[in-house]
Design a protein around this ligand. Structure first.
Ligand code: FPP
Length: 235
């Protein structure tokens, strides 16, 4: 099962407590550890977390820098824990706008966790689905021209994996969770979520815990997935 999470509400969590937004992000990073370990225990096969969207660059430079710093710190402290739990790490999204230091940390985390046989943890950083799809389409056009044939859907998907720096193929998203009481997709995994079930939670991300993950998984279990067909219960 592939679960994807839009981790929203760090800023509001902090503001409600009279704290700077950065405190919300720090608490949010702690909730990431909880969610990752809870998902692995719940036998989730792939977990994709939206840590920083390409649109987030429009925030004040200090906030973007603080988020990048937190993410680097997370890789530094959590990679070993992930390796111990056989969790593989893959950072997806653009890499051309990340600092050299962060790129080195990403490569190091991916390399040292690559042999894990457990959950695949994908962290989306400088990620934009629309950008990925356009870039894959551009490469598809180029490849089709040199091969003299049209590309198939499977080949297009392979290009999408390449554009996003996916080190492992992931199944399509089964359950997409968004916290923070907003109901939108914000340019996240638009292609991969074509048939995803959606779960919106009022909880602000720093408050997300194992119980809330279970609540979302139970909600998912009650859904009847039909993929455009009629479903098993139809006579
Ligand atoms: C949305 O909350 C959250 C983000 C833009 C960043 C998510 C980052 C983390 C959870 C921590 C760092 C990540 C990792 C992987 C360690 P918001 O700031 O938009 O909240 P608001 O809507 O209440 O303002």
């Amino acid at each position: 099962m592939h679960v994807a999470i839009i981790m929203d509400g760090n800023g509001r969590w902090a503001t409600q407590r009279g704290l700077p937004r950065s405190s919300g992000h720090i608490e949010g990073a702690k909730a990431v550890r909880t969610a990752v370990e809870a998902a692995a225990r719940a036998d989730v096969k792939t977990l994709t977390l939206y840590a920083f969207s390409s649109a987030n660059w429009s925030r004040p430079a200090a906030e973007s820098a603080a988020l990048m710093h937190l993410f680097g710190q997370y890789l530094f402290t959590e990679t070993r824990r992930c390796v111990e739990q056989s969790i593989r790490i893959n950072v997806i999204g653009r890499r051309d706008r990340l600092s050299e230091n962060l790129l080195r940390s990403i490569e190091q985390s991916e390399r040292s966790s690559a042999a894990g046989s457990g959950m695949l943890l994908r962290i989306a950083v400088d990620y934009s689905s629309q950008h990925s799809i356009v870039e894959a389409a551009r490469r598809a056009g180029r490849d089709a021209e040199s091969a003299g044939t049209e590309l198939t859907g499977t080949e297009f998907q392979r290009l999408l994996l390449e554009v996003d720096h996916c080190t492992h193929p992931a199944s399509e998203v089964d359950l997409l969770i968004r916290t923070g009481n907003e109901r939108r997709l914000s340019d996240f995994l638009l292609w991969e979520s074509a048939f995803a079930e959606l779960h919106f939670s009022e909880c602000l991300w720093p408050d997300f815990d194992e119980q809330r993950l279970h609540c979302a998984l139970e909600d998912y279990d009650r859904r009847q997935r039909r993929f455009g067909g009629l479903g098993a219960n139809t006579l």
